[in-house]
Design a binder for this molecule. Sequence first.
Ligand code: GPU
Length: 808
Amino acid sequence: MDVRNGMGLRPLGTSAAEFEQDLLSNLYYRRGTTVESASTQDAYETLALTVRDRLAERRVRTAAAHYAANPRWVYYLSAEYLLGKQLEQNMLYSGTDRIARIAMKQLGLDPDEVEGLDVEPGLGNGGLGRLAACLLDAMATLDIPAVGYGIRYDLGIFKQTFKNGAQVEKPDDWSYQGNPWEFPAPDDRQTVFFYGHTERDANGKTCWIPGEVVLGEPSHMLVPGHGTDTVNIVRLWRARGSESSFDLSRFSAGQYAEAVDEAVHAENISKVLYPDDSTESGRELRLKQQYFLVSCSLRDIIRRFRLRNTDWSEFPKKTVIQLNDTHPTLAIPELMRLLVDEEGLNWDLAWTIVRQTFAYTCHTLLPEALETWSVPMFERLLPRHLEIIYTINEHFLAEVREAFPGDVDRVRRMSLIQEEPDRRVRMANLAVVGTQAVNGVAELHSELLASTTLRDFAELWPAKFHNVTNGISPRRFIKIANPTLSSLISEGLGGDEWINDLDRLAGLEALADDESFRSRWRAVKQANKVRLGLGDPESLTDVMIKRFHEYKRQQLKLLHIITMYHRIKANPGQAYVPRTVLFAGKAAPAYHAAKHVIRLINAVAAVIDADPAVSPYLKVVFPPNYNVTLGSLIIPAADLSEQISMAGKEASGTGNMKLALNGALTIGTLDGANIEIRDKVGADNFFLFGLDTPAATALKNNGYRARDHYDRDPELRHALDSILDGKFLGIGREVGESLLNWDEYLTLADYRSYVDAQDQVDAAWQDTDQWTRKSILNTARSGFFSADRTVRDYAAGIWHVNPVKVGR
Ligand code: GPU
């Protein structure tokens, strides 16, 4: 039965005229204005609400279906979500994209101008945050009952600007105009404790007497599925001072500012996203954020469990909590605390429940990204949790000693507490010990986790370790981002079922040899370059879009650019393949080495731009402030995808998948998911270069000397010398020195192989038909990288959950 009919509500219409009526009604009643006096902001918010209403109706039915089914739920805990703009997606998913535009025009509104006001909530840093959003999208699309939990940061990832070519960060007050996609749920607010001490009562029961009390206020955004009525939610917590943090005595004494000090302090918890990617920041406020997220979310999960269940032993049957990296790992000791201290369960039963409930995804191999917390700081902030971790550790280490008698070193390595050089809590170890499944995010990554980073644990519990190769939302990253290519694909395949069944792209293989299809494919790519605003659409668009990190090796791409520049300077008369090299990405504000690379790229771009002998063939562009929105414009325009990390360092990568799906050819190392991309698209359609992981590891172990490569290779020497000699506006000496004297990530060792592979790219580009064929084959063979496949893998191998269909 239609819930609205049951409630006596008028059904929302599906025609443009009805949509127009609803726009007018929302404009009048929700914004308090009329078409004649509405601002563009009024029009935008009204449009958003009118679209949202359609999804709200599905949401109500979803909640009813889920309540009736009392299913096993997936709760996805993540400190980051990069959801991307909501409007276009929600118009597509609600089937209102066409009628909404007609209705706006009827009302004299410019749809592009109105839609232009939609803002991207930048509540994450990079791949990890965007993966969370893609998985939520796929879970809803596959009708899996799921809730995402996160933090509603007031300030998202900083806005990147350039000043004299250097990165300058500006705050991202993303919701200062409000956020029409959000449903506040103040009734579900939770209380969170910090600091204080523990006490034991006469029965030996432990009690935590907190020193600070903060409120967590939730709101949620809708997560609709595509081609289904399921609408899940992502619930985001915002910190508020509690009543006790308002000091009435001070207020009465006229100390108005002091009276609210504590409340302001509390609200700092959700004030700003930490802009670190793949490095830990180790700050107390960050640990507070993590506990805040975990504490609010677990209480909410338990509240939801109790709506339909009473028996704690049922909890793991109804609940799986996926930890997105170690950031939410405090959920493990927190659930122990809730079960033992608050619910009175005995330790062993509580531990059984906890372990069955959680699963952990690791997203890195970098030692500096494995979070640890200083014991004294941890103890001050979360005294009870430290006791619980000690007890978990005692039981766990006994198990290790039993499995490996006499292996003291192993016990030291596996302990949840690092002792030397200082005492720290090891969050990754805790995450492995407290979960039923641990997974890496690409085949190579999962293998390396089990054989290196988490080897001791894989030896103890081999069955706990899984691989789930990452995936991307085909809705967001081809259907919405690349509408013209999507239309061509649908035409070629005779339908658009591929959007929810990406393996169907294989049907394009047959068209790769069809000359007219190829020329249309090429025309789409060129139109996307024009849309992006790149000058010459005939030029090879070579893109490197990702966070700036030394292991990702933007410096290697830069050495190649400088080499091309030198070649053109040396032989100006020759014909060169024209290239537009596009960089985009942010560096963590305190990551100086990465910021030096950014500055040098901008300097090299300026020098090339000013040189008329070179600029016809080579152009370097670096649009600021890479985010989901900008990525969605760049990806469809790319010919070449740069995936050039040092082998064994990139856990997976997901930009690599988005680019291949949109018909870019990859130049890449055997790292992360590049390996699987190459396996799928075929070695002929991928430019491979560089050391593989065993060779890179061996080189590092045998005393790598970057300078040997500099001494041996004249082109490399020329490129590095030009940096060291200040030929690029005097910028970048730090970059040159670091490469020559240290080169942590084997950039110079891979230089020759990389430049040679780039020469093969140039040669391949000149055969336009063959290149286009390869481009089509990249798309045709990328179906595996759908996040729908990723979620199916999680559902079958780790979550053991079933879909729940939402009835009409
Ligand atoms: N990743 Br750890 C992040 O974006 N941030 C992090 O803090 C950590 C990992 C990335 C990996 O670097 C990337 O290889 C992977 O594709 C992505 O997570 C999603 O798994």
